[in-house]
Design a protein around this ligand. Structure first.
Ligand code: ADP
Ligand code: MG
Length: 222
């Protein structure tokens, strides 16, 4: 699903640098990403999603070399193939929770907001415990509720790749386990791979593999 080779990336000439010699995420795999704050976990997810572009090396996602696509093609690809739960949720305040969940359909002509998609959105929201809050705008939702809207938006298109950036960080332990169950269930149904940044070490046994980020720091191990 994801294959990275000889990737380097830097924020400007003097900024943070990341080097990933090699990484693969198999179809349907569940991999956790851990590492200290500021070690580049979010940067890696943004590179895989094509939000950032590598300096050198290549990233293939679902058989496409994502950095070679045009900006427009990359946006389409991202919206139709990848579900991204952002660390800061990235919800749009001028849209209701429901319209936020529908957002991938608004920006991607290849996706159709049909009855099935609407039913899926409602079912996801109900399963997340926000079914009765879909008419509210983000500022009228708690952090945990906003996080669940972001998770519904990432799952509603049934993407083949789910990138999750501390998606359970603002939830109580019970909701955490429930939301992770939901994420894994939906991923398994869709045959999707999950790459999830997490600080919750008690959740790690639920993943097949753990990627410790310390190793990717430029200069690490050399
Ligand atoms: P993590 O998610 O592991 O906490 P990030 O990927 O967010 O780490 O950030 C890695 C490093 O890159 C940090 O030192 C951060 O300050 C820096 N960084 C993140 N985003 C930018 C940006 N847009 N411009 C410059 N530096 C950035
Ligand atoms: Mg981060």
């Amino acid at each position: 699903m994801v294959r990275i080779e000889d990737l380097t990336f830097g924020y400007g000439a003097d900024g943070f640098r990341l080097r990933v010699p090699e990484f693969s995420l198999e179809d349907g795999a569940r991999v956790a990403v851990v590492g200290p704050s500021g070690s580049g976990k979010t940067t890696l997810l943004n590179l895989i999603a094509g939000i950032l572009t590598p300096e050198t090396g290549r990233i293939d996602v679902a058989g496409s070399e994502i950095s070679r696509l045009s900006d427009a093609a990359r946006r389409r690809f991202r919206a139709s193939q990848i579900g991204f739960v952002f660390q800061d949720f990235a919800l749009l305040e001028y849209l209701s929770a429901r319209q936020n969940i529908y957002y991938p359909y608004r920006i991607t002509p290849a996706l159709t907001l049909d009855v099935e998609a609407r039913d899926r959105a409602e079912a996801l929201a109900a399963a997340c415990g926000i079914g009765d809050k879909l008419d509210r705008h983000p500022s009228a939702l708690s952090q945990g509720e906003q996080q669940r809207v972001a998770i519904c938006r990432a799952l509603v298109t049934q993407p083949k790749l789910i990138l999750s950036d501390e998606a359970t960080g603002n939830l109580d332990p019970e909701s955490k386990a429930r939301i992770l169950d939901l994420l894994f269930d939906r991923a398994a149904e869709a045959g999707a791979a999950v790459l999830a940044v997490t600080h919750d070490h008690e959740l790690l046994p639920r993943f097949e593999r753990v990627l410790d980020f310390a190793q990717f720091r430029e200069g690490a191990g050399s």
